[in-house]
Design a protein around this ligand. Structure first.
Ligand SMILES: [Zn+2]
Length: 311
């Protein structure tokens, strides 16, 4: 079905979103916006539009704290947040202030986590909050430095607790999924819980400035007492108090890579089942990318050709 895709990762439908209202009652208006069921994919990159290397991007530096056996990833996210806001503006998306604040913290945590991981990993996080109800989605490809994501504030499933999902594909290995429950409204707390329960090591986030964050993670033989007691002030000043070895400088860019063929992949199952439900009597529809929310217009003619070709 996806001949050139390496993998299809997460299908969240039914787990943390409630798709019941979405797929079967599409509004029958001209230029309708199709918000498909929350089937989120980590796409293999060859078919996606690559990041634009003319964009400077965000630099994330990782250092190893020699005498403590811990890894520090640190970045100032101002530029990436600007790119995220430009994307929201261009795609006419307006998350609530609360969702927006949470998404930015989640994005910072995600980028720092990915920078601490091997180059051949694809990662996707979904963070479900019950109060107020929202799902945050983030995806990143370490091989290209591309990160993207979006907020879902509709059709969020009611659950007894908040849930954090991580999906990871390393190289040609099968996908690994882990899920942990967490409390409260801070994505950083969710990710620290993920480190504790799934990674089974200590990972701590620190906010060093308005838009500057650091992640310090435990490595074998780590000085755990030191890491547990570490404060944001100490992390900000680590250069003067510890011997740091620079490991890497990675460039990260806000980039989804979605394009028309990708959107047709998303629509294909519904198209095969019930093309009239999808299009009604309209010649085209608009779909938002499930990964980043970008709008794409798809004509019925193109969609018919696509399902005929890929049957
Ligand atoms: Zn997209």
């Amino acid at each position: 079905m996806w001949p050139h895709s390496l993998t299809l990762v997460a299908t969240m439908t039914g787990e943390i979103s409630d798709p019941a209202r979405q797929n079967h009652h599409l509004p029958k208006t001209r230029g309708r916006l199709y918000n498909g069921p929350f089937a989120v994919m980590v796409w293999a990159m060859p078919e996606n539009t690559p990041p634009n290397h003319a964009d400077t991007g965000l630099e994330v530096r990782t250092h190893f704290v020699r005498s403590r056996h811990a890894l520090v990833a640190r970045a100032d996210f101002s530029d990436l947040f600007v790119d995220y806001y430009l994307h929201l503006g261009a795609q006419r998306m307006q998350p609530s202030p609360e969702a927006d604040a949470r998404f930015k913290r989640a994005l910072a945590a995600f980028v720092l986590h990915c920078a601490s991981r091997p180059w051949n990993e694809l990662t996707a996080w979904t963070i479900n909050f019950q109060q107020p109800p929202m799902n945050l989605f983030l995806t990143g490809d370490n091989s290209t430095g591309a990160v993207a994501g979006r907020v879902f504030e509709e059709n969020v499933k009611e659950l007894p607790e908040n849930l954090f999902y991580a999906d990871v594909v390393r190289g040609a290995q099968p996908k690994r999924r882990s899920a942990v429950a967490f409390t409260g409204g801070d994505p950083l707390v969710a990710v620290e819980e993920f480190y504790k329960q799934s990674e089974q090591r200590l990972g701590r986030f620190f906010q060093l400035g308005e838009e500057e964050f650091a992640l310090v993670t435990e490595h074998p033989d780590c000085d755990l007492a030191w890491l547990r007691a570490l404060t944001a002030e100490q992390v900000a000043d680590l250069k003067t108090t510890e011997t740091l070895a620079l490991l890497e400088r990675r460039i990260v860019r806000w980039h989804c890579g979605c394009n028309q063929p990708r959107m047709m992949e998303v629509l294909a199952p519904t198209m095969r089942q019930d093309p009239d439900e999808l299009f009604g009597d309209e010649p085209k529809l608009e779909i938002r990318c499930p990964r980043c929310g970008a709008r794409h217009a798809i004509t019925r003619e193109a969609m018919e050709a696509y399902v005929a070709e890929t049957a």
